[in-house]
Write a protein that binds this ligand. Structure first.
Ligand SMILES: Cc1cc2nc3c(=O)[nH]c(=O)nc-3n(C[C@H](O)[C@H](O)[C@H](O)COP(=O)(O)OP(=O)(O)OC[C@H]3O[C@@H](n4cnc5c(N)ncnc54)[C@H](O)[C@@H]3O)c2cc1C
Length: 486
C-alpha cells in the first residue's frame, strides 16, 4: 500500500470520528484520521489559558454508572490517558414564582430521588401520587415500549401526564439542555431513553483536563494500533471517481482510500465536501431540509475565588422551558429571552482546572444556531442568561477577573462549517426531533459507494457526546463488515 493509501479515511476527530477510528484501527484496518483543529474532541475539545484548563463551554456527560466514555477508553486500552471525574455535587436551582432561587437538596444516592425532587419543588404530599407514578412508569418502561414512541412528540407525551407545573418545568428544562430543541418537537423515544439513563444511572461525568482528553485518548489509540492521525489538516474535498469515493484532498495533499467516513456533519459533507452533483436530487433536498439543534451560548468567567461548591446544574423557573412559539417570539425580539440556564464549574471537579485559590464558572443559554447572527442579537440572548447567573450566584459579578463570550460563530469554526443558511453553530448536531430520529434518522451509509457518516447526525442515540460515541461504535461495525466484503 502506498504511503498515502489507506483502507479508511475519517474526516474529523470529534467524539464520533475518533472513537470510530480507534475501533477500526484496533481491528486491523489501516486508518487515517484527519482534523482541521490542533486538538481532538470537536464540540467537546479541551482548551488551556492562563493556568485554566477547560472544555470551551458547558459539557456534562451522562449517565454516570456504566458510562460509554469509560467503556470506550477501556475497549481502546487507553484508560491511562483520560481520568473521568464524577463529582456528584450538582446544584440545580428552581426560581420560584416569587423570584427566589432554591437549590436542589443533596441526596445520598447518585440517581435522582423523586422524593427529594418533590419536596424541593414544593409539591404537597397529597399531590405526589401522580408524579410518582409518572417517574416509576418512565424509569421502568421496557426498551420495546420506548421504541414504540418513536415518531411521537415528547411534549405531547409529558403534557398528557398532567404533572404539577414546577415538575413539568424541571423535566422539560433538563430535556432542553440535553437535546437543545423545543419540547413539542423532541422525539419521545429519544428523550425517554436518555432520561431513564440519567434518573437511574445518574448524570454529571467530566474528564480531568476537560472533556477533550477523552477524544485525545481515542486518537492516541489510533496511533498505538499502528494507524495515522493528522491534526491541523483541513479536508477541502472528498475525491469521487467512477461514482465511488476514492480519497480526500487536503491542504497537505491527497490521500487515497475506498472508504471515507465523515464526522464533519451530514450537510457540510454532502453539500460542500462531496458536492450535490454526486447525489440524486431527492437526497440532496432531504439533506438541505434537515433541522439542526439550537445553540448554547454564554460566558466563561475566570474568578478570583469560588462562588459555589456545585460542579454543574440547571437553573429554571415555571416559565423557563422553551417552546417553538416562545423561541420564535424571542428571536423576533417580541418575547422574553429568559429560559433555562446551564452552568459548569470545572474548578470544582478538577483540582488542576484553575490556579490555586481561583475558580472558573461557565454558563450557557439557548440561541438560534446561525453562526452569522449579529453581535447585538448574540448579546441579547446571552444577557438574558447572564442576568439569571448573577441572580443565582450573588457573589459572581464581583469575583470576575475576566470573561470570554462564546457564540455560535465560535462553535461553528471549531466544529462544522455552515452549509445551509442558519445552521453551523448548533450544539448537538442534527436536531433529535420527530422525523429525524429512530427510523427516520439519516442512514450511516450515504447513497454514494464508500461514503459513511459518523457522529451526532447518524448512527447513534443519546445525549451529545454519548450519542457521538454510540454512533462511532455502530459505524465501526458497519464499515468493518463493508471492508471485509469488498
Ligand atoms: C456549547 C455546547 C455545549 C454542549 N454541551 C453538551 C453536554 O453538556 N453534554 C453532551 O454530551 N454534549 C454536549 N454538547 C454536544 C456535544 O459536544 C456534541 O454533540 C458532540 O461532541 C458532537 O460530536 P461529533 O463527533 O458528532 O462531532 P463534532 O464534535 O462536531 O466534531 C467534528 C470534527 O470534525 C472536524 N471537521 C469538520 N470539518 C472538517 C474538515 N473539512 N476537515 C477536517 N476536519 C473537519 C471538526 O474540526 C471537529 O473536530 C455540547 C456542544 C456545545 C457546542
Amino acid at each position: 500500500m502506498a504511503d498515502n493509501a489507506y483502507d479508511v479515511i475519517i474526516i474529523g476527530a470529534g467524539f464520533g470520528g475518533s472513537s470510530c477510528a480507534g475501533l477500526l484501527a484496533k481491528r486491523g484496518l489501516k486508518v487515517l484520521l484527519t482534523d482541521k483543529n490542533a486538538n481532538a474532541g470537536g464540540k467537546a475539545m479541551s482548551l488551556k489559558k492562563n493556568g485554566y484548563t477547560y472544555t470551551p463551554w458547558v459539557v456534562i456527560g451522562s449517565p454516570v454508572q456504566d458510562n460509554i466514555y469509560q467503556h470506550m477508553l477501556d475497549e481502546l486500552e487507553v484508560a491511562d490517558l483520560a481520568t473521568l471525574s464524577i463529582p456528584g455535587t450538582q446544584g440545580s436551582f428552581y426560581k420560584s414564582p416569587d423570584g427566589t432561587y432554591s437549590r436542589m437538596p443533596e441526596a445520598d444516592t447518585d440517581h435522582l430521588d423523586p422524593e427529594v425532587i418533590f419536596k424541593w419543588l414544593e409539591i404537597p404530599e397529597e399531590n405526589q401520587e401522580r408524579p410518582l407514578e409518572f417517574f416509576t412508569n418512565m424509569a421502568l418502561m421496557e426498551p420495546e415500549d420506548v421504541a414504540k414512541l418513536d415518531g411521537q412528540s415528547f411534549g405531547e407525551w409529558i403534557t398528557a401526564a398532567e404533572l404539577p407545573r414546577s415538575l413539568y418545568a424541571f423535566i422539560v428544562s433538563l430535556c432542553d439542555g440535553l437535546f437543545m430543541v423545543p419540547v413539542e418537537k423532541l422525539d419521545a423515544a429519544e428523550a425517554i431513553t436518555s432520561l431513564q439513563g440519567i434518573f437511574i444511572r445518574g448524570g454529571g461525568v467530566f474528564s480531568e483536563g476537560g472533556f477533550g482528553k477523552v477524544a485525545e485518548a481515542f486518537c492516541e489509540a489510533v496511533r498505538r494500533y499502528g494507524s495515522d492521525v493528522m491534526m491541523g489538516t483541513r479536508v477541502r474535498r472528498v475525491i469521487v471517481e467512477d461514482g465511488k469515493v476514492a480519497g480526500i484532498e487536503t491542504d497537505k495533499g491527497e490521500f487515497r482510500a475506498p472508504i471515507v467516513i465523515s464526522n464533519a456533519g451530514i450537510q457540510p459533507t454532502v453539500l460542500k465536501l462531496v458536492g450535490e452533483e454526486h447525489f440524486d436530487k431527492d437526497f440532496t433536498k432531504r439533506v438541505q431540509e434537515l433541522v439542526p439543534s439550537y445553540s448554547l451560548i454564554g460566558y466563561r468567567y475566570f474568578l478570583s475565588k469560588p462562588v459555589t461548591n456545585a460542579s454543574f446544574g440547571v437553573v429554571f423557573s415555571d416559565d423557563g422551558p422553551w417552546s417553538q412559539k416562545r423561541l420564535d417570539e424571542a428571536a423576533e425580539g417580541k418575547g422574553s429571552r429568559e429560559g433555562v440556564l446551564y452552568f459548569e464549574v470545572p474548578s470544582n471537579y478538577d483540582p488542576n482546572a484553575a490556579p490555586e485559590g481561583k475558580a472558573m464558572l461557565m454558563t450557557g443559554c439557548f440561541c438560534p444556531p446561525d453562526p452569522n447572527l449579529s453581535k447585538e442579537q448574540l448579546l441579547a440572548w446571552a444577557s438574558a442568561g447572564e442576568e439569571v447567573a448573577f441572580g443565582v450566584f450573588p457573589e459572581l459579578e464581583a469575583a470576575i477577573e475576566s470573561k470570554d463570550f462564546y457564540t455560535t460563530r465560535n462553535v461553528s469554526s471549531a466544529t462544522r462549517d455552515s452549509a445551509v443558511a442558519g445552521a453551523g453553530g448548533e450544539t448537538i448536531g442534527l436536531a433529535q426531533i420527530v422525523g429525524q430520529c429512530g427510523s427516520t434518522k439519516p442512514s450511516i451509509k450515504a447513497p454514494l459507494e464508500g461514503l459513511f457518516f459518523v457522529g451526532t447526525d447518524a448512527g447513534g442515540v443519546g445525549v451529545g457526546t454519548q450519542q457521538a460515541i454510540d454512533s462511532g461504535m455502530n459505524v465501526a461495525d458497519a464499515v468493518e463488515q463493508y471492508h471485509r466484503q469488498r
